[in-house]
Each structure stands twice: as structure tokens, then as C-alpha cells.
Design a protein around this ligand. Structure first.
Ligand code: NDP
Length: 256
């Protein structure tokens, strides 16, 4: 147990930090009193420069999160290297993919397995590593999984994505079932939060895909009805700071 050290900064680990909502989340976290660990497969040099100019400590890591074992190992070693007790620690499971899109008869293990590993299995192994490797800290611990409306209502052609996100929702409920009622210093609180329809690269992929409801997504873009990543990220960061975080396990940022 790391005791006796002064409470320092709030520590956030953000997966999928290179683009889209994850990059916007890192940007929204560039506030005094925070430090951030961002991970993805690729770099975002513009964001790295912005972070560096902000004075907030941001560490960037390259990791393929379609590999559940190495991803958990990576997170464990990063957490073991934290040498003071943060004021709080939050794991934001944001990285995700939407493809393969298409009919269930066309599902193939070659694309389905890496999809589910990225969207479901790695978030599970990383959460396990997070809980284990933060046990020495007596500070609030939170897990925020970025879910989707598609976890809760099926979209024809999105069976992989819907099933993975629905699995993620239930996994988050399982985390709370095991850890939320522990004494405060041992508790982990978890939420699966749908972010709305956000103007990112994932939406570009969706608009170019072939599935029954594609026109709805094309219309949202054409009518300027997509949420901006920075706006959604700002609201998610405010949500993370709520005293009642974890009370609503499956939530939607559009409710706030
Ligand atoms: P983007 O496609 O814009 O960005 C995805 C991010 O995930 C990138 O930073 C990418 O980094 C990272 N990522 C993907 N695969 C891997 C991998 N194997 N290893 C490491 N990192 C990976 O998506 P969004 O920002 O739109 O999505 C963010 C989250 O929000 C996802 O979980 C998505 O399902 C969810 N969501 C998005 C919605 C939307 O309308 N945009 C709606 C509902 C939910 P890199 O490629 O550099 O590795």
C-alpha cells in the first residue's frame, strides 16, 4: 500500500487516444490537476504538441488493443510504474471498431474475432489488470466504458458491434457486482456510457458501408446533426466528476 505520500493528481488512462472521441477526451482532460496516459496504435503529433504546451503530463503509448493479453500486461506495467498515490484513477475504455458491417451470413472468424477482441475481450482483460494493479492505492477508482445505443437496440448489419457492446454493458455491470459495494477505499465503480452519434472517423466508415439503415447516418451528416467530439468529450469529463458516478451503470450522455 502506498501511504504517506501526498495526494497528487487525478490520473486518467484513455484508450483510443489518437483520433475521434478519444483524442477529444484527452484534450478535455488537459486541465491542471490531471495527468493522462493515452494509448492507441498510432500517434497524433498535433495533439501531442497541444498536450505538451498545456503543461499537463501526458504519456503516449503505442499498443495494439486487439491483443487482450499483451494489452493487459501493458496496462499492469504502466500502473506498477506509478510512484505516488493519485487523487483518483480512471480507466476510460474508448478504443473501438465498427467493422465488420454486413449480414450475419457473411460473418467470418477472421474479422469477427479481432473485432470482439478489441471491443470486448481487451476491455475485460484491461479492467482486470486495472483493478489488480491499482489495489495498492487507497483512492477512488473508476472504469468508464464507451458503449453505444447499438448495445441496447439492434441495428441490422451491425451484429458484431451490437453483440460486443452489449457484452461490454454486461461486463460493466459485472464489475459493479463484484467491486462497487466494497468499502470505499477498495471499491471500483463502473459505467457503460453511450456517447450519441459523434462526428468521427467511425461515422465516415459507417456512411460508406452497405447496410439497411445507412441513409439515416448519411442524413445526420448532411443535416449537420452529428455531435462534435469536443462537445461530447467535455460532457463526458464533467460526467466523470459526478459524485453519483456509477449509480446508473448503463447510461447515455444525451440524458444530461
Ligand atoms: P474512431 O474510429 O474515430 O477512433 C477509434 C479509436 O480507437 C482510435 O484512436 C483508434 O486508434 C483506436 N483503436 C481502434 N482499434 C485499435 C486497436 N486495435 N488498438 C489500439 N487502438 C485502437 O472512433 P470513435 O472516436 O467514433 O469511437 C470511440 C468510441 O465511441 C468507440 O468505442 C465507439 O464504438 C464509440 N461510439 C462511437 C460513436 C460515434 O458516433 N462515433 C457512437 C457510439 C459509440 P488507432 O487506429 O490509432 O489505433
Amino acid at each position: 500500500m502506498t501511504t504517506g505520500t501526498p495526494r497528487s493528481t487525478h490520473l486518467y488512462i484513455v484508450t483510443g487516444a489518437s483520433r475521434g472521441l478519444g483524442a477529444a477526451l484527452v484534450r478535455a482532460l488537459l486541465k491542471p490537476g490531471n495527468r493522462v496516459i493515452g494509448v492507441a496504435r498510432s500517434r497524433n503529433t498535433g495533439l501531442e504538441a497541444e498536450a505538451s504546451a498545456s503543461g499537463v503530463a501526458v504519456a503516449w503509448h503505442l499498443q495494439d488493443l486487439s491483443q487482450p493479453g499483451p494489452s493487459a500486461g501493458w496496462l499492469g506495467s504502466v500502473l506498477d510504474a506509478v510512484d505516488d498515490t493519485p487523487a483518483s484513477i480512471t480507466l476510460v475504455l474508448n478504443a473501438g471498431v465498427v467493422e465488420p458491417i454486413g449480414p450475419i451470413t457473411q460473418l467470418r472468424d477472421t474479422t469477427l474475432v479481432p473485432h470482439l477482441q478489441t471491443n470486448l475481450v481487451t476491455p475485460m482483460t484491461m479492467t482486470g489488470a486495472f483493478i489488480e494493479h491499482t489495489a495498492r492505492f487507497d483512492c477512488p477508482r473508476r472504469v468508464l466504458a464507451i458503449s453505444s445505443g447499438a448495445a441496447r437496440n439492434p441495428v441490422p448489419g451491425w451484429s458484431a458491434y451490437c453483440a460486443g457492446k452489449a457484452g461490454l454493458d454486461m461486463f460493466i455491470r459485472s464489475v459493479n457486482a463484484e467491486y462497487a459495494s466494497l468499502p470505499a477505499e477498495r471499491a471500483v465503480r463502473a459505467v457503460a456510457l453511450a456517447p450519441g452519434v459523434v462526428d468521427t472517423g467511425m461515422q465516415e466508415t459507417i456512411r460508406e458501408a452497405d447496410f439497411a439503415q445507412v441513409q439515416r447516418f448519411r442524413d445526420l451528416k448532411a443535416n449537420d446533426q452529428l455531435a462534435s467530439p469536443d462537445d461530447v468529450a467535455g460532457r463526458i469529463v464533467a460526467y466523470l466528476g459526478r459524485d453519483d458516478f456509477g449509480t446508473t451503470e448503463l447510461d447515455d450522455i444525451r440524458n444530461y
